[in-house]
Design a protein around this ligand. Structure first.
Ligand SMILES: *Cc1c(COP(=O)(O)O)cnc(C)c1O
Length: 225
């Protein structure tokens, strides 16, 4: 087992009253998740549908599972019965599919819109202009947009990372203002999910209230296992 419990406690203390910790457990074994669960951690993040489904079936039922990866429409149905929050929603088509599968399961699924903030071309997400269609959301009764999610560029340039997170926060605040005008029930922005192991401190300074941390807690990932 490779869980860093000291680091876990340190991060929790650091976040207290400011942000929710999502422990990102992708590629990590059940025992590691259970170890943090036993320390009262309840929010865990996974990136791969099959892995999430398998883990959720085995682990305690009161875990809140966050899907933080790139979600394909044809796989929404597998996580719709139990997922707590979907972070990476990057298109209206995906939102419609989540709404459909949520309806089948007689639930409302909370979602975060992923915003393209990185300079890099590789990251998924909405561009700012695409958000103009948000007023159509009231037709989707089985989803609730509760905030935004963003990933900064993978770089050691702290100034750039800070700028990207600040941009995300600015957009978040703008949309919250607009929120009042829209008055759709299924659109209530409270959550700003940004920051990972390498950049969560900067994200917190730039307004994040939900951080997604993996390797600091569970050690580096080995994808070739
Ligand atoms: C893997 C992943 C994380 C966690 O990354 P670490 O660097 O291990 O903290 C956070 N967010 C997303 C979207 C991820 O895919």
């Amino acid at each position: 087992m490779s869980v860093n419990t000291e680091k876990y406690k340190e991060i929790l203390a650091e976040l207290e009253g400011k942000a929710t910790l999502i422990a990102v457990s992708k590629t990590k074994p059940i025992e590691d998740i259970q170890a943090l669960y036993d320390l009262s951690q309840r929010d865990f993040g996974e990136n791969y549908v099959q892995e999430l489904v398998d883990k959720a079936a085995t682990l305690p039922k009161d875990i809140r599972w966050h899907f933080i990866g790139h979600l394909q429409s044809n796989k929404v149905k597998y996580i719709a019965p139990f997922v707590h929050l979907i972070h990476g929603v990057d298109s209206f088509n995906l939102l419609k599919e989540i709404n459909k599968q949520a309806a089948k399961n007689d639930r409302v699924i909370d979602c975060l819109l992923q915003i393209h903030i990185a300079q890099e071309e590789t990251k998924f997400g909405f561009g700012i202009h695409e958000l103009d269609g948000l007023h159509e959301l009231h037709e989707l009764k089985n989803i609730r947009i509760v905030g935004l999610m963003g990933m900064a560029s993978f770089t050691s340039d702290e100034t750039l990372i800070r700028k990207e997170f600040a941009y995300l926060k600015q957009l978040f605040d703008q949309l919250r203002t607009k929120n009042h005008e829209l008055r759709t029930k299924n659109y209530e922005l409270t959550t700003l999910s940004s920051g990972m192991s390498s950049d969560y401190k900067i994200a917190l300074e730039e307004g994040s209230n939900m951080v997604r941390i993996g390797s600091l807690l569970f050690g580096e990932r080995n994808y070739n296992k």
